[in-house]
Design a protein around this ligand. Structure first.
Ligand code: SF4
Length: 87
């Protein structure tokens, strides 16, 4: 994993160019934008990963595909009911 560029430890926390960064969240694990600094992990693209995920999938994430497929997935319970009806 790459090291966070231009990072510095400040009284407010780890900062890059004056912006204090929040650590990544669980959902960020595996993303190519995760950077390490001082044994903590941060996002190279967004200072507050938690907020990025609060509204659904992070749109910068490199490790998760769009959720269009998940939405199109057949609900197994409904599918079995449909199959039972057809019998
Ligand atoms: S780009 Fe999104 S998923 Fe990747 S580390 Fe940053 S906040 Fe997390």
């Amino acid at each position: 994993m790459s090291v966070l560029q231009n990072a510095a430890r400040t009284p407010e926390g780890v900062a890059v160019n004056g912006f204090v960064l929040m650590p990544i969240v669980d959902k960020c694990e595996g993303c190519d934008r995760v950077r390490e600094f001082d044994a903590e992990k941060f996002c190279s693209s967004y200072p507050a990963p938690e907020r990025k995920w609060a509204e659904g999938r992070c749109n910068f994430a490199t490790h998760v595909k769009g959720d269009a497929k998940a939405a199109a997935k057949v609900n197994p319970l409904k599918a079995s009911k449909r199959a039972a009806k057809g019998r």
